[in-house]
Design a protein around this ligand. Structure first.
Ligand code: PFF
Length: 434
């Protein structure tokens, strides 16, 4: 007999868990450095417009598919039309590829927590980071440890694992972020940092910025992989899709902007270039911590915060695959968690090693890590999102009724869903392929 589908115990728990999925490395690690590289305030403005008017459409679609079918991603697409089952599996393949860079970074975070906790702070983080990430044993062990710590929660189930983890970690995360923001605002470079973030210099605007902002917006909202379909499938019947989507967007953006409010004042106060890129958080920032009165304290708070952000997203990544494995292979949650963990471990190891032992293994001039990051973020994500919009708009009968009852909104939504958003996503895809 089919067991009754799990349900979030309250609307707040649903919102916290979904925000937990959305808020992750994308907000704290990726957003500030992408914004730094792409002109600050103009990028932020572009990003806000895109997320509020474009990305909200696929976000609503995923929530509505979850709510309507109450199934895992693969079964939901099968139910829409059996010929879309392959697409459900493509979403699962995509979500399984994300840990190849996400959990590797998770392992680095664990290492940084350890070095700050144990007072093993290296004098030069640039040198330290490059020698650590090219080691063989420790990065692999820590990637696997991060995987293990993440897997515990879906293993325990939706309510006693996933929901509890989010309900505890997300408020702690928010508290730490606020503490760091208050501190950052007292620094001498705060004014310059805030100006960089909020005072647009329109000469910096260019069209590639739009596409980068859109890719980032999809990634940060966990769209295009079935994660939101899965979390949406546990929501209560009377949940309002539009309201939930905008609540999620509000918190996700608030947290990304607050992360910027922490990082840019610090960066400007210590004369580091905001354009430092991916290493901003692992080299520039920890180097700055060593110059503060209590480096260990700042180091631990910042990297534990990053850890909470990463693990709550990691949980949703795993749950998306686990839910589909349970349903489609008729296995228990525990068995599905073990199998998904083994698959992730097998694909994470070569990616972890691509900074050292396997650094010479390249395809299209990219290491395994870069290739997986590029393929998922720049190609699969926009491609899957495009298909989610097309399937929802063209293949589900009166789909907009799931979203809203308001006639004008329904029509606007329908035009955006069927024509405008797919067209924009197609542009992103073509640009990603260049
Ligand atoms: N939204 C997460 C972030 O911004 O870090 C990343 C993510 C989570 C991607 C969950 C995919 C997913 F299924």
């Amino acid at each position: 007999m089919q067991k009754e589908r799990a349900q979030w115990s309250s609307h707040i728990s649903f919102i916290i868990a979904t925000v937990g999925s959305a808020v992750g490395l994308g907000n704290i690690w990726r957003f500030p450095y992408i914004m730094g590289k792409n002109g600050g305030a103009v990028f932020l403005l572009t990003y806000l417009l895109l997320i509020a008017f474009i990305c909200v459409i696929p976000l609503c679609c995923e929530l509505a598919i979850g709510k309507k079918y109450k199934k895992d991603t693969v079964s939901a697409f099968y139910e829409i039309n059996p010929k879309f089952k392959w697409f459900g599996w493509l979403c699962i393949i995509t979500v399984l590829m994300i840990p190849c860079f996400y959990f590797v970074v998770g392992g680095w975070i664990l290492n940084y927590i350890w070095i700050f906790l144990a007072h093993h702070i290296p004098p030069d983080f640039a040198q330290y980071f490059s020698s650590y990430s090219s080691e063989i044993i420790m990065p692999c062990v820590l990637t696997l440890l991060f995987l293990f710590m993440t897997a515990i929660f879906p293993y325990r189930g939706v309510n006693s694992g996933i929901e509890k983890a989010n309900n505890i970690m997300m408020p702690l995360f928010a508290l730490m972020l606020v503490l760091l923001a208050v501190f950052a605002l007292t620094l001498p470079g705060a004014k310059n940092g805030l100006e960089f973030m909020f005072k647009p210099d329109f000469s910096q605007f260019n069209k590639s910025m739009i596409l980068i902002a859109l890719g980032q917006a999809l990634f940060t909202l966990s769209i295009g992989m079935g994660a939101i379909i899965t979390y949406g499938s546990y929501m209560k019947e009377n949940t309002n899709i539009f309201k939930s989507a905008y609540t999620l967007i509000f918190f996700d953006t608030l947290i990304a902007v607050t992360a910027g409010v922490v990082i840019f004042p610090v960066v400007f106060s210590f004369g580091v270039e905001p354009t430092a890129g991916a290493t901003l958080v692992f080299i520039s920032l920890p180097q700055i911590f060593t110059k503060l009165p209590y480096p260990e304290l700042f180091g631990v708070i910042f990297f534990v915060l990053l850890f909470f952000a990463a693990i709550t997203s990691g949980i949703s990544i795993m749950e998306t695959a686990i839910a589909s494995f349970i349903q489609n292979f008729h296995i228990s949650r525990k068995k599905a968690t073990v199998i998904v963990s083994i698959i992730i471990a097998l694909i994470c190891i070569p990616s972890t090693l691509s900074f050292g032992l396997l650094s010479g293994v390249k395809l299209f001039d990219k290491t395994i890590f870069d290739l997986l990051d590029f393929t998922t973020s720049n190609l699969l994500l926009p491609f899957n999102t495009l298909l989610i919009c097309l399937i929802s708009g063209w293949f589900i009968n009166s789909f907009t009724r799931e979203i809203t009852e308001n006639l004008i909104l329904k029509n606007v939504f329908s035009i955006l869903l069927k024509f405008i958003v797919p067209f924009i996503l197609l542009l992103v895809l073509i640009y990603g392929l260049k």
